[in-house]
Design a protein around this ligand. Structure first.
Ligand code: GTP
Ligand code: SPV
Ligand code: MN
Length: 583
């Protein structure tokens, strides 16, 4: 297979003459192709089969020990002006970016096969979907793209019909961190990535295309590309509300998206539409609708067990690729927090020795098709997407943020999103557990200047009167000893229920300078082992702490200079003034 679409054929030829692969293979996306690649990777040692009796069609990939997470310091946005990329991004001019990375691509695929992967982000027949083509020398990338996207012949047909696609050029190179770069050229609709085979660095449809490139297109075209899960909540009366939630990396999106209702909330059902990315458009009636551009999950493994999330636990017992987990003596995958079995070999394939650290890497991941999920919603394939009732921001905050609060209006909601701060996690290389600003959970993923991004968010009320309400949640508040105050996981539905009740105007709330808080008793805690004091602590606002936080955010805005929208500054100052007036 090749293509009748000349610009694509020409680009593939150009990449091939630069990188010199031994052969070129156009992916069709068939099951047979997937099985063949899995077979070949077992022969080459890139994958190993896990216990096929207990984990049928599950395989393990151990990455290079220096290549285990996203590399934000090596990720660049290449635009003519540095201002356009903004202080939230690393910047290079397009000329410098190409020169730097092209030198590394020179001959990089020698001795290897170059795979051409046409893919479609979003349902194949949705007007909201966008296509791309990734060329890569990694068969591991191909099988992951097969699970994560609509990949192969149907996508190619759409590209030939539409006449446009995002170009993604990837090579694992020599995996030397000194020769690793992820470059984005938003105005050329192109991505070049070399030196990593891991997740968001290498599966270019995901963060590179569906967030960084798409966020730039979304701004130009009047929509939003966000780091959000999409889920449906069906109440016992059979009514379903859809919500979209933005939490930073490894802060609970996958778990929330496939939550299992606790026994105390009989009759509720949860439907998963997406666990990581949402594309949001206004429809003809002015409602915000979401599609999930992906069709699979690349999820955090550690912590997954029958108590935290039985759905996720079951989902990854078959047809799953594991990356960087440990293994038991009888070749089952193992990770910290699995609660059953014990590790014999660690994530580097060595005999497990507790003295050399964790058995599974903290950012070890599973890749599965979304249809593996017991709570998969068929609407994930609906071309028109689903209408969104609420947008929910969140993060890991040991102290500051209450369990839940509601923004007063859209402008305040944009402030709430823009001021998301969260403790860093193992999803990116760097120190873990330090609080950093992560506006809308998009710090690593917004392809342009945050100041312009906030202005774009703020422009929505001019276009519709039907915007969803905006909330903030925090499952991670801790006591003095570092214990989580809130049980989390399935019990989070109690909080989501309050959010839906607010959207339906079924419940009151207390107005504070930082937003609306639940009234005493309005979050149902029946059957929960949680004291009224703890509940009050979870819903309390420490005014002094909030003043400091608000001031920090004001200082952070200064870093974006005159580009910061006036309305956002005014809203931050309004909150500051009201905090000053409260006791
Ligand atoms: P990315 O895929 O990196 O974007 O992350 P994500 O937001 O999908 O994170 P995920 O759901 O995979 O959760 C990451 C970690 O948070 C896991 O170790 C979970 O066990 C933990 N976690 C998820 N939900 C909760 C919760 O409600 N409470 C607590 N305490 N931990 C949680
Ligand atoms: C994240 O880090 O937010 C992820 C994992 O979802 S990766 O695909 O590696 O970016
Ligand atoms: Mn993510």
């Amino acid at each position: 297979m090749t293509t009748s679409f000349l610009p694509l054929q020409r680009w593939v030829d150009d990449v091939a003459s630069q990188t010199n692969p031994d052969s070129i293979y156009w992916c069709t996306g068939s099951e047979a192709e997937y099985e063949q690649l899995i077979e070949e990777m077992q022969t080459s040692g890139m994958l190993s089969a896990l216990n096929q009796d207990h984990y049928p069609n599950c395989y393990l990939h151990l990455s290079d020990p220096t290549d285990v997470a996203r590399v934000e310091h090596l990720t660049f946005i290449c635009t003519q002006s540095e201002e356009e990329a903004g202080p939230n991004n690393n910047w290079m001019s397009p000329a410098d970016g190409h020169a730097k990375i092209d030198a590394l691509f020179e001959g990089a695929m020698r001795g290897r096969t170059m795979y051409v992967i046409p893919y479609c982000m979003g349902p194949i027949d949705s007007p909201y979907s966008r296509c791309g083509v990734e060329v890569t020398d990694s068969p591991y990338v191909v099988v992951n793209m097969k699970l994560m996207t609509r990949m192969g012949s149907a996508a190619l047909e759409r590209i030939e019909r539409d006449g446009r696609f995002v170009k993604g050029q990837h090579s694992t190179g020599d995996l030397d961190p000194e020769r690793r770069f992820i470059m984005h050229f938003p105005h050329e609709l192109s991505i070049k990535s070399i030196g990593s085979g891991y997740g968001g660095n290498a599966l270019l449809g995901k963060k590179c295309h569906a967030l960084r490139i798409a966020s730039v297109q979304a701004r130009e075209e009047g929509w939003l590309a966000e780091h959000m899960l999409i889920m449906g909540l069906e109440n016992p009366a059979g009514e379903t509300h859809y919500i979209a939630c933005a939490f930073p990396s490894a802060c609970g999106k996958t778990n929330l998206a496939m939550l299992i209702p606790p026994d105390s909330l009989p009759g509720w059902k949860i439907w998963t539409l997406g666990d990581d990315i949402a594309w949001l458009h206004l429809d003809d009636e002015g409602r915000l609708r979401a599609i999930n551009p992906e069709s699979g999950y690349f999820g955090v493994v550690p912590g997954t067990n029958a108590h935290t999330n039985q759905n996720a636990f079951d989902m990854i017992t078959h047809d799953t690729i594991f990356t960087n987990v440990a293994r038991t003596a009888d070749n089952e995958p193992w990770w910290e927090g699995k609660m059953v079995g014990e590790p014999a070999f660690d994530w580097q394939g060595r005999d497990f020795d507790p003295a050399s650290g964790k058995a599974a890497h903290p950012n070890s991941r599973f890749t599965v098709a979304a249809t593996n999920n017991p709570s998969y919603s068929k609407l994930a394939d609906a071309p028109e997407g689903v209408p969104i009732s609420a947008i929910v921001f969140g993060g890991r905050r040991a102290r500051l943020a209450p369990l839940v609060y509601e923004a007063r209006n859209w402008i305040h909601g944009v402030l709430v999103g823009a001021s998301v701060g969260s403790e860093t996690t193992a999803a990116a290389i760097g120190e873990v557990g330090v609080i950093r600003r992560d506006p809308m959970a998009m710090k690593p993923f917004c392809g342009y200047n945050f100041a312009d991004y906030w202005a774009h968010w703020l422009s929505f009320p001019e276009r519709t009167g039907k915007l969803p309400k905006i909330f903030h949640v925090n499952w991670f508040r801790q006591d003095e000893d570092g214990n989580f105050l809130w049980p989390g996981f399935g019990e989070n539905l109690r909080v989501l229920r309050w959010i839906i009740d607010r959207c339906e105007n079924r419940v009151g709330a207390t107005e504070t300078p930082v937003g609306y808080l639940p009234n005493d008793g309005d979050i149902d805690t029946s059957d929960l082992d949680i004291s009224p004091d703890t509940m009050r602590a979870l819903l309390s606002i420490d005014v002094e702490h909030w003043k400091t936080e608000n001031k920090h955010f004001g200082d952070y805005l200064e870093g974006f200079g005159g580009r910061v929208p006036e309305a956002l500054r005014e809203e931050q100052q309004r909150v500051a003034a009201e905090l000053e007036q409260s006791l």
